[in-house]
Write a protein that binds this ligand. Sequence first.
Ligand SMILES: Nc1nc2c(c(=O)[nH]1)N[C@H]1C(S)=C(S)[C@@H](COP(=O)(O)OP(=O)(O)OC[C@H]3O[C@@H](n4cnc5c(=O)[nH]c(N)nc54)[C@H](O)[C@@H]3O)O[C@H]1N2
Ligand SMILES: Nc1nc2c(c(=O)[nH]1)N[C@H]1C(S)=C(S)[C@@H](COP(=O)(O)OP(=O)(O)OC[C@H]3O[C@@H](n4cnc5c(=O)[nH]c(N)nc54)[C@H](O)[C@@H]3O)O[C@H]1N2
Ligand code: SF4
Ligand SMILES: [Mo]
Length: 772
Amino acid sequence: MNWHKTACNLCYVNCGLEVLTDGRAITRVRGDTENPRTQGYLCQKPQQLTWYGDHDDRLTAPLRRLPGGGHEPISWETAIREIAARLRAVRDADLAAGRPGSFAYVGGGGQGNHSGGGYGHALMRWMNATRFFGALSQEKTGDFWVNGKLFGGQTCHTAEGVEECDLLVVIGCNPWLANGFNRARNAINTIRNDPDRKLIVVDPRRTETAEAADLHLPLRPGTDAYLLGAILALIVERDGVDADFLAAHTEGFDEVAAALRKIPVDAWIAHTELERADVDRAVDMVLAARAMTVRVELGIQQTRNSTLNSYLEKLLYLLTGNFGRPGTNALHSWLIPLWGESRGERSEITGFEYIGGLLPLNTLAEEILTDHPNRVRVLWVESANPANTAADTIRTERAIRECELSVVVDVAYTETAALAEYVLPAAAQSEKWEWTFFDFEWPTNYFHLRRPVFEPLPGTLVEAEIYARLFAELGLLPDRSVLDELTEVARTDRAHLLEHAAPLLAENPTIAPVLLYRTLGRTLPDGAASAAILWPGCHTAARKMPVQVQRALGTDLSGPALGEALFTAILTSPSGVAFSRHTYDEIWSLVRHPRIRLAVPELLDQLTALDPAADAPDPEHPLSLVNGQRRRHNANQILRPPAWRRTDPDGALHVRSDDLAAIGAAEGDWVAVVSRTGRVVARAEVDDTLRRGQVALPHGYGMAVPDGRGGRVVHGPRINLLTDAADRDPIAGTPHHKDVPVRLERVTAEERERAEHDHEQIHRLITRGSRS
Ligand SMILES: Nc1nc2c(c(=O)[nH]1)N[C@H]1C(S)=C(S)[C@@H](COP(=O)(O)OP(=O)(O)OC[C@H]3O[C@@H](n4cnc5c(=O)[nH]c(N)nc54)[C@H](O)[C@@H]3O)O[C@H]1N2
Ligand SMILES: Nc1nc2c(c(=O)[nH]1)N[C@H]1C(S)=C(S)[C@@H](COP(=O)(O)OP(=O)(O)OC[C@H]3O[C@@H](n4cnc5c(=O)[nH]c(N)nc54)[C@H](O)[C@@H]3O)O[C@H]1N2
Ligand code: SF4
Ligand SMILES: [Mo]
């Protein structure tokens, strides 16, 4: 029996796995106990992981759109030649017109694959472009913006001390089903079973995590800023702030306190529809905690006031001094940061600010469709499926169609691929050297370079090779003889490779990733060429935090030798490796401001301007839809075959019995969910853990999968038909997916017939265990 080490890619925790294979199928999955970070943990999801890479919708040849719709297979040579010619023409036209590059880059990595992103960015830079969009810019950019203000860097990203805290405050997330941090179920169970450790959950629904909580605060959706504001005001009023911590490490507390003192606490609590006594109890628990850590996610990042929410949850731990000690919140190191730093640059078209190098995905369609000389003309999507995952599907689809050139790099024929002019088939994560930059741990941080489990599926290429061929076709790479010379340097004197390559890079810095792949990459063992792009990052990490890297590796090497040792450790650790080990007091080396700047004027103004009266529900759409709930069996757009979803084959609408009865419908009926932008039909399933007036549709459905008869059938709700891209945060532009105003209606006879028909098709695929 041959077990291969790899990682799960069904969420961004990327737990270490061992898998057993048969041909191209993964037949058994177990946790890798040697993975130093996840230590053998598995959640409910990865047993059918094989259906990520092994299904009927895998791409096996480059595709070109046919004039009448649909695609035809073409050779790699043709695809690369035609795309390169088109890119060059657009670049030339942009230069001739004296306008910024009209190329936009979407994606650059999903859950578990970041090896392609560096090349995509290089292409964007060669196209003289800056417009970059991704999943992060519809969930996390508000958080990054706040981190920039507080800590001095948008990559000063926070971590949680879940394993050592005595109070875990979970706000707007459901780690029991969604994980999101290391070994989540184990951590929740340990807290549940320990009388000295407490859990508070802030979520409108009585979630599986809330079931384990000592205190559940089922607030009205979208009112977190009021609740957090009130809690902070009560902490200040009760002198609960940690004055020593504030004096030693922060500035601006007086401005924050002044804003908090203005909060009409009772009116704001009333607006959340919680009991004052429960909020007081939460404050008691926070003040009694020795080590509190706050864990948040989409429930506050994709709801009203999301950037403000991110600020307030951070103030909760900062004002109480729950930062940088064991069991509290902290910052973490990076091997290579997953996003960048922006300094207030804005889109000329929408006025939105770049955050972490990203523009809001919500504004992509505007960047393409607005009649503006600098509009986006070329769309390059890699490892993302915005046709299903970006707000306002109709508009997104139109925008993709209207681009002068659109290219998708993916493993599967996605809904976005179906609209693109060219589709390039990538090798799946199990078929190549792959990694993620979701390395969010503190005080020890880890990196996992995974080896291929299979050969690439015939017809596919790893991303590095795709981009290298493209750069070669564009004439950007030096001659073969120069590449051979540099390869020889990489083989014999790796530490000095960059010095030798410096003249070439000075001429065209955008070729750096491809140059490394084509030189250093050729010298790496076992075909690990695409890992060459990690090498400069190892040197940077070793230079920036030598002591911490030495500690992690247990070495006293220094200078370039330490960078080399780190790179070697990564290449030779199939279960992953610790790359940095800090002590708690060293956290201050990660904060970029001299002190944490607590006062963020824009957000204090927003806080002060909050007005319950201006926040009344829309009478036409009185229900609040969690549009994209994480459930037992969903995984973004990663696992496409319906057979995976036996527990929720239709992607049901979850609804309370009273809300269902109000439209005269019953469990099992098809009902219509109607928002300001769309109408979606879904099967109703009663869930009385929802809050009054709250309904939920699942994330990760809406794929058009092969029906086994030559056509396609849409599997489950296309939820972003319901989301209005303009209903978004004023700073980060992130959508309010978790609080979409909707109403329920009974379906028409025609809608019911269509839904039944699709359901039967899907049911057939599921019972056949079909790989489509
Ligand atoms: N099973 C599964 N796990 C996943 C994924 C998946 O697709 N499936 N995707 C992964 C990804 S990419 C992400 S980003 C994470 C997301 O993980 P989570 O954020 O934990 O998941 P969600 O279900 O989107 O939303 C969390 C909760 O927010 C609550 N909520 C809704 N509105 C509000 C509100 O106004 N305020 C508050 N406080 N709460 C509210 C909902 O009731 C829900 O319980 O999950 C990751 N893990
Ligand atoms: N309404 C609503 N919309 C949402 C959300 C919500 O809760 N509600 N959640 C949002 C969130 S938090 C997220 S993270 C996004 C996720 O949405 P997306 O950013 O679109 O990303 P994924 O669903 O992770 O899909 C990644 C794509 O990468 C492809 N892929 C997988 N492996 C590889 C590979 O090795 N190489 C290449 N080239 N491609 C690969 C997959 O086939 C898939 O098409 O959705 C967002 N959209
Ligand atoms: S927590 Fe995430 S990465 Fe780990 S096994 Fe579950 S789905 Fe996979
Ligand atoms: Mo996400």
